[in-house]
Design a binder for this molecule. Structure first.
Ligand code: C5P
Length: 434
């Protein structure tokens, strides 16, 4: 209880003080960047584990969903029950627990996370992670996840300074793991020096900054996503398997990058990303209208929707009845090509298309790039079952007039961020050449 009060007080001090580089303007941007995020918090054994309880509360206040994994040593410092109550989710503690695995297994947890933060990260945990060990649930999930992994080390100053710990820290950094802290100061053991876990507001600000790239600050982006549905009669339609996940991930990444983002979505069952204006449409004609009425005031258009190429020439007013004939014919007419209508505008925005192909991916993508006068096309092989439509992963090749780049299989959200970086680079070089 006393410890919590101490943390509260120090939080208030920190919020009010505006210490440069520490927790400046902590609330407003943070709440935005952390909304709807799925944060997996790993807690290892150390006295700083008490701060993790406050961290969970603040993350939830910021709109994030939090799941907690505790190592056995962590449960000696703070109870799983406390973390369960604060996170609103069951706490995961054991790797070989059939009941927990039946709920959300370790691989699902690893996949669920948008970011994995281990706070506090003990010297022992860092050593095990540096060795690539999978000897408990948290270490295993760190190995299995493709989400960014960040550590907030906390330990006695001599342990932190020890060359073994420093070597482990270097190995972890080389492998792309981010280390936040430790801070210097008075330690619970009475020592003074580096080894204190960063304070909760500092960790929140760092977490928020991971999602907030600022790459597209002030730009207006319009994204199409999902399938379209072309009505045959009041109960039937023609459509496709697009889940909308890639377009939604791109919309989230654009909003994170500071863009004013509008998402024109076909019928999909996905939550609207934070800070994104969503316009729901059903048919290609509706999508065309929604896009063309806005494209003139847009800097970037990303056409991720799988638009039906054709629609029934007429929609039957009543349900079509079965007849004795073995065949039936529906006359189809071509839908407008939305992305090609955008690039035909007198002052066309920077326009990105997608090519979902099952064969000769490169050939078709390059043909579309030229024919639709796109600035960039993102091509994927939807014939592969492990990626593409409906999957959480994707692997793509990007083509632009004069070049191409491959992006290996990864979760759609980090992939979306990487694709945006490429987009911004190409947009800048296009501006320079005009
Ligand atoms: O021609 P295809 O459908 O393969 O082209 C795919 C690209 O064109 C995607 O970016 C898709 O969103 C866009 N498209 C469109 N309107 C259509 C058909 C495709 O914007 N009617």
């Amino acid at each position: 209880m006393c410890l919590f009060m101490y943390v509260r007080k120090s939080l208030r001090r920190c919020y009010l003080s505006g210490v440069p580089g520490r927790c400046r303007n902590p609330r407003s941007r943070m709440t935005l960047s952390l909304a709807n995020r799925q944060i997996l918090l790993g807690i290892t054994g150390g006295i700083a584990a008490y701060k993790s309880a406050e961290l969970v509360r603040r993350l939830r206040d910021s709109g994030a969903t939090v799941r907690v994994i505790m190592t056995p040593a962590a449960t000696e410092f703070i109870t799983p029950l406390t973390l369960q109550a604060l996170s609103g989710n069951p706490v995961h503690t054991a790797l070989l627990d059939p009941e927990a695995e039946a709920g959300m297994g370790h691989i699902e947890l690893a996949r669920w996370a948008d970011l994995l933060l281990v706070a506090p990260a003990s010297a022992d945990f860092m050593a095990r992670l540096a060795q690539g060990q999978g000897d408990d649930l948290l270490a295993t999930v760190c190995l299995a996840t493709r989400a960014p992994v960040c550590l907030a080390p906390a330990m006695n100053q001599a342990m932190w300074r020890n060359s073994a710990t420093q070597a482990n820290a270097d190995i972890l950094r080389q492998r792309g793991i981010t280390l936040w802290g430790p801070a210097e100061g008075a330690q619970a053991c009475g020592d003074t020096g580096p080894g204190r876990m960063l304070e909760v507001p500092e960790l929140l600000a760092l977490l928020a900054s991971r999602f907030d790239t600022g790459l597209l600050a002030g730009q207006r982006v319009l994204i199409t996503a999902g399938p379209t549905r072309e009505a045959i009669d009041p109960v039937r339609y023609i459509s496709n398997h697009s889940s909308g996940k890639m377009g939604f991930a791109l919309a989230q990444a654009c909003a994170d990058a500071g863009a004013i983002t509008t998402l024109v979505a076909g019928p999909v069952s996905l939550p609207t990303p934070a800070r994104v204006t969503r316009i729901d449409v059903t048919s290609a004609l509706e999508m065309h209208e929604a896009v063309m009425s806005r494209a003139g005031e847009t800097d970037i258009v990303i056409a991720a929707a799988a638009v039906a190429d054709f629609r029934p020439a007429s929609v039957a007013a009543d349900k079509i009845k079965k007849t004795a004939a073995d065949t039936m014919t529906i006359e189809l007419v071509k839908n407008p090509d939305i992305v090609a209508s955008v690039t035909a505008l007198p002052t066309a925005p920077f326009t990105v298309g997608f090519a979902a192909e099952t064969q000769d991916v490169a050939g078709h993508a390059l043909d579309k790039l030229q024919r639709k006068r796109l600035d960039m096309i993102i091509a994927n092989d939807v014939g592969r079952r492990d990626i593409g439509f409906g999957s959480d992963d994707n692997a793509v090749t990007v083509y632009w007039p004069g070049g191409s780049a491959g992006f290996d299989k990864m979760v759609k959200q980090p992939l979306a961020q990487r694709l945006l970086e490429k987009l911004v680079e190409l947009q800048r070089s296009k501006k320079q050449h005009h």
